[in-house]
Design a protein around this ligand. Sequence first.
Ligand code: TYD
Length: 203
Amino acid sequence: MASVLEHFIVFEGLDGAGTTTQMQLLAEACDQRSIPCHATFEPTDKPIGRIVRSALRKEIVITPLALAMLYAADREDHLHNPVYGLVGDLQAGKLVISDRYLYSSLAYQSVETDFETIERLNQFPSPEYIFFIDTPVDECLRRIKGRGNAEELFERHEFLEKVKQNYERIFSSLPQEVKLIRIDGLLSKEEIARQIQEILFTE
Ligand code: TYD
């Protein structure tokens, strides 16, 4: 079984759930408390992540399995790159906060590729905390439309329902050491941030 990375915190949720906002608010809260932290995200803005994003924008067409492999390759690089790898930040004593991690691959890629294959591609260490921003699909879609983005590959109702079911499946069999915290995604962003900080900073 893969190990657990202490002080590694990840946010998970559907598109539009608010993970990016919460990652940023937590990073700001760390700054205010002078806690050294590194806020990051997947897919990354590094070379492999950029290929993933061009596939999401449909600039290139690749198979679902190839996309799953790219997400996993981006993650391996995100963890272990000698220059910007987050394991290096953890070793330097920083708190690392990531907007999405391997649970996004398990939840999203397993809609089109079998779960066991995606699991095999994602033998990475667990984070210490997963904050799951639990936002209903209809609300996520409403927010996505409000953003006025060109519709991305994953932003469809039926698809997001399946992703949500996959998250539930994953969370029912997490390693015991991983702390899964579910947050009601319909709360205000300030209240969600408050709940997260209460858990992290009062333990
Ligand atoms: P993200 O950058 O969080 O979306 P946004 O465009 O709102 O900033 O993620 C991009 C998409 O990639 C999102 O639909 C979730 C999906 N995704 C996967 O399918 N698998 C993964 O492993 C990851 C990290 C993201």
